[in-house]
Design a protein around this ligand. Sequence first.
Ligand code: GKR
Ligand code: MG
Length: 424
Amino acid sequence: MKIKRVTVTPIAFRDAPLLNASGIHEPYALRSIIEVESDNGYIGLGESYGDAPALAIQNAVKEQLVGLDPFNLNQLRKVVQATVAQHKPQSVAGAELAPGSHASKAVSNAYSAFEVAFLDLQAHALNLPLVDLLGGKARDEVPFSAYLFFKYAEHIDSPYPADSWGEALNEEQIVAQARRMIDQYGFKSIKLKAGALDPEHEVNCIKALHRAFPGTPLRIDPNGNWSLETAVRMAERLGDTLQYYEDPCPGLEGMAELHKRTGLPLATNMVVTDFEEFRRSVALGSVQIVLADHHYWGGLRATQVLAHMCHTWGLGVSMHSNSHLGISLMAMAHVAAASPNLDYACDTHYPWQEADEEVIKGGKLPITGGAVKINSTPGLGLELDYDQLGKLHEQYLRCGIRSRDDVRQMQRYKPDWKQLKPRY
Ligand code: GKR
Ligand code: MG
């Protein structure tokens, strides 16, 4: 079996005005949809970053994959390494919260983008679900967490009609957002994206969630936007309400000190983003839970290695997410299903994506009882809807956004706004 066609299609889909430490989401999120087709008619799918630097590398790699054996992942890695060495990518300004946009992650990002498609193709050719190529199912369904955001009711200059979630800036609105997500998807854990408003207010919102959903595991994630002193003070106010405290303050040293002073379990997708940072974190005792993400950790197999390392060092594993569609959701679910110790509910932005903007046949994937089911259809079990792909590609061409920049977007609302690290 040889690869005969590879396509990379950039797409843009509507994204809500969600607030975070770097500012606010732009009206469209970018992704790339990858198809790898073999000479005997199988197609493997992948979904990855759609920012300009990531796309440039994916496009340069794709040309070199025709003729390759889709089982030869070492060859894929060689092609990716050589291509990145030629491209010398720059980091995208204003996207610090999207670890995949860091230049240092270029090899692992691009490798992962194609590895998922190669594995999907392999699994189709073998008539097996992808999870079987990762060692088989450790669980039949993968739990995800409700992912709450402070948000405005609509984007500046109303590029399209407001989303149906409405404004969420106060306790009542955040509790209502959680209630709607739980009613609709059955989530059994809740994460609140913080670092956007006053920390005392954000902690009050966690307390309101604690009162409204007693017994539900809660997490707060200020994306390193609180100083160590603020994170300690908020920890005192939070008491034992949290399942874990995600990236409250910056840096491996800061997190280590915070853990020493509070004893709280700390999770991260910011200070441990590769195996070198993992090593330093273990030496310092910085974090107790690592949030995996196959998109920048170097694919599904590397994510399993990470999970295994966490097991070896007695750390927990959970999963990070950025705005994404169904191919990413299913890839996350398959690797989580195949990783026995990935047993915290994973993050997902999927509920924020509109029902009419999925690229896979049949529309948005179901999340029921808070979980995604792994079924036994070959590969990821997905096919592209080419009308939808065309529509979202047209939207990409029209929207004018080429790299995520939450800082610049916030400056459209507040011209004097500056990113400070940490702000509080
Ligand atoms: O989409 O605003 C967002 C998130 O803040 C995202 O950029 C982060 O990478 O979800 C992420 C996180 O858990 O830190
Ligand atoms: Mg996070």
